[in-house]
Design a protein around this ligand. Sequence first.
Ligand code: AMP
Ligand code: FE
Ligand code: FE
Ligand code: ZN
Length: 281
Amino acid sequence: MRIDGHTHSFISDGTEAPHLLVTSAYEHGLDALALTDHDTLSGWDEAQQRADELGIVLVRGVEMSASYQGVSVHMLGYLPDPNDANFLDLLQRIRQSRQVRLQKMVDRLGADLPGITWDNLKQVSDDQPATWGRPHLADLLVLQGYAANRDEAFSKYLHPRGPYYEIQWSPDPIDLVGMARDAGAVPVLAHPFSSRRRPMPDEVIKEMARKGLFGIEAHHREHDKAATQHALELASELGLEVTGGSDYHGTGKPNQLGEYLTTAATMRNIAAEGATEVKGL
Ligand code: AMP
Ligand code: FE
Ligand code: FE
Ligand code: ZN
């Protein structure tokens, strides 16, 4: 089975509607995909309906934001209970803090770059995302002629060491493992050794494992050979499972559907622990 463990729709910072993302996965010959939009579950129903129509397996998930000592950390949460009030409240708080943070970045950028305003940002996409992030600001920078594409907007204006960057409030990653488990989600640390950011110490990941971390996303475009190897060794040492995913964002990134995969055995173990059913796995 070809299972892509990590994808985004325009409900967060991907560029395709959830139903079109599912169609794309089907057309790419995938047997299953996980929908893991940032900090929201609101693409689930549309994606599931399309998956049912096409007969492709959908794993309903989320990519949760955390921060460790001022560096952003991402955690995939597979199959949470979509009616868990505490969890929905947590995601809502993270989305809210993203807005506050984005407003600060817009103000700073707007002081230097005419046309970078909150009003213009809201008009960047017709399909108002549930979760806003820097990629939408990147789209505005492109629209206003300050960058050629998202990647250039990030390297010129939006990267964490630049003068315009601001981090949002989000939970501590060790606490987040427990909060995810409380909502029946299966937590997997996303791209922990990504070349894009300073990695967390292994000690922190060990502590996360003690709190119930299920796995580590070892197979990911932003992991070079050494990073993948380290992730595999750490997972083996800590008794964690290993996953893979494309982190597809439509046209927002070069990542292609199915470029990294999660095994069927691992996805079945995830399904066995999650609060939400996976149809057809
Ligand atoms: P934020 O969640 O607002 O901090 O923005 C981080 C998101 O930006 C990540 O989820 C990525 O999808 C996206 N991102 C980061 N770097 C780049 C890049 N160079 N090109 C395109 N998207 C990026
Ligand atoms: Fe993203
Ligand atoms: Fe991520
Ligand atoms: Zn992602």
